[in-house]
Design a binder for this molecule. Structure first.
Ligand SMILES: Nc1ncnc2c1ncn2[C@@H]1O[C@H](COP(=O)(O)OP(=O)(O)OP(=O)(O)O)[C@@H](O)[C@H]1O
Ligand SMILES: [Mg+2]
Length: 230
């Protein structure tokens, strides 16, 4: 099997990403790209097949949207460094999400199990049955109170694992059969991070706002105290 197994995506990915996908695939983490889940500004997310299992591949955007600009810059020695450091940052970002997922997982938080990270490519467990579970934004909970309580338990476990998500909203929570699953851990920080309390409070305020729309009256300070309590 050659590199042209990803031929359909030739125009979606730059050469380096195509090589990366081929590498992760040949290491046995997946066989084929199945379908796009989200084409975004910072990343493109796909379902992939691994035997008869579906998984997720998240491809952080690097040169993809700037391919031409990058080709142009690469040719100019003044910009070699700019290009290099941009890639370094993106690769570090992907690695960070992998490490954060692993840490959360070890702390007993329900998150997608990360399988592999290579350059700007992250392969992980797909949350969902035969299709990816919807974002909370798309599917609100049937049982608001129970859903929130479960979510708070997850955030508390995450905190015990010394992590704060920092980007919690209805867009980064999946509703999997009325159970919350946090995703998108590239922004998550360790508790030692300066100002981490503010990030946690911001996460909580996002939830207070979201759940308030469904009539759940939460007090941000009280929720904060419950999460950080031993
Ligand atoms: N493991 C997963 N299982 C099911 N669906 C997923 C999974 N990971 C991502 N998705 C879907 O893909 C979408 C985008 O994923 P994610 O939030 O991680 O990327 P993003 O918002 O582009 O990230 P970033 O903010 O780092 O650019 C999610 O909203 C969700 O619908
Ligand atoms: Mg997201």
């Amino acid at each position: 099997m050659g590199k042209n197994k990803f031929i359909t995506y030739e125009n979606v990915f730059d050469q380096s990403t195509l090589r990366g996908l081929f590498k992760v695939s040949s290491q046995g983490y997946f066989d084929e790209i199945k379908s796009p889940v989200k084409i975004g500004k910072e990343s493109n997310v796909f379902t992939v097949e691994s035997g008869d299992e579906l998984r997720i591949v998240k491809v952080y955007r690097t040169a993809a949207s700037f391919a031409k600009m990058m080709d142009y810059m690469r040719a100019d020695p003044r910009y070699m460094n700019v290009n290099g450091s941009k890639l370094t940052v993106v690769y570090a970002w992907a690695k960070k999400e992998f490490a954060n997922l692993l840490k959360a997982r070890k702390g007993g938080v329900t998150v997608p199990t990360p399988y592999a990270v290579h350059k700007n490519i992250l392969c992980m467990e797909m949350i969902g049955d035969s299709t990816p579970a919807p974002m909370l934004h798309k599917r609100s909970p049937d049982n608001i109170e129970l859903f929130y309580k479960r979510l708070r338990r997850e955030i508390k476990k995450l905190y015990k694992a010394r992590l704060v998500h920092t980007d919690i909203s209805e867009y980064n929570i999946l509703n999997f059969n009325d159970k919350p699953v946090l995703i998108d851990f590239s922004h998550a920080v360790d508790l030692r991070y300066p100002g981490v309390e503010k990030f946690l409070m911001r996460d909580i305020n996002n939830l207070v706002r979201y759940f308030g729309r469904f009539g759940l009256d939460l007090d941000a300070d009280e929720e904060y105290a419950k999460i950080v309590a031993k």
